[in-house]
Design a protein around this ligand. Sequence first.
Ligand code: AQP
Length: 335
Amino acid sequence: MSLTIFSGIQPTGRKHLGNWIGAITQYVAGQQRGDPAIYCIVDLHATTVAYEPAVLRERVHDTAAILLAAGLDPERCILFRQGDVPEHAELCWLLASVTPLGELNRMHQFRDKSIAQRELVAAGLLLYPVLQAADVLAYRAGEVPVGEDQREHLELMRDVATRFNARFGDALLVVPEHRIPAVGARVRDLQEPERKMSTTGGSEQGTVYVLDEPGAILSKFKRAVTDSDDPPQIRRGEDKPGVTNLIEILAAVRGVPPERVEDDLTGARGYGDLKVAVAEAVVAELAPAQERYRALRADEGALEEILAAGADKARAIAARTLADVRDAMGVGAPR
Ligand code: AQP
């Protein structure tokens, strides 16, 4: 049976190492397996918090160029912009009829982000996970590659699909599975390793951006918060969030289990060796993508063409699901 993979990424802020390890590298791996693999730059989601329209357009191009530079190939996957496929917004509304308000209110992301809004807590922020459910369910995707922070939204999405099927027709929508990477699902802030690396909540020094210069990457890792164990112990543990983070980043980037990194560094002189090893591995991982990014980002016309062609393909799939959903719900003229 064919497996449809779907994931969305926000065109907000600058993409960081958490997005890279937790999501973008998973997307590239998925394009070999997905049939189809569908990746969406979710500009509608980005309007749920304060934003500037002209900057949003720029960020869509930045994000598209990063995804292509990372290895997404429009011949082997469908890459498109959410706002080009109106079926997402329509399905969001239709799914809202089977989404409990209480569950939306309980979502951690809603709670955290609504506190951060100074002027307006938009209703869109509350509906964010319903739109996310629409994104995935419109393509009847079986697998959703995401970082650990999206687990709660994925559970809600599964619940919405199950409720919809129970109410309107068995197996009409596919109940998707998440695919959270074994290592690197929660990359932490280098300065505050208790929290995840994040676009909105983190510190500049604690956040490694995909487009950071090698010197900046080295400096951020050298200043990473570790712990005061004496002698230093290069091992993972709940009591060692900073060191655990560095070990897991190195393991994810090298593509090896974290135990291997711990073994390899048993002879290290201290945390300095670990920090330099991670920084060098991250620079080596990102440098080729950074070079490709510069060439891709310079041609906005070509980026728009890729997004438009992707939207045509995406819309052909989503429209079929919407027709089934509208029919089952008794909405609009009968088929
Ligand atoms: N720290 C992280 N570790 C692993 N995966 C992560 N992701 C995000 N942070 C980490 C994963 O990246 C994908 C895209 O997330 P997004 O669309 O929410 O993009 P973003 O706004 O740039 O991500 P942030 O940093 O998570 O944003 P804020 O600060 O708004 O909360 C998702 O698959 C996510 O799991």
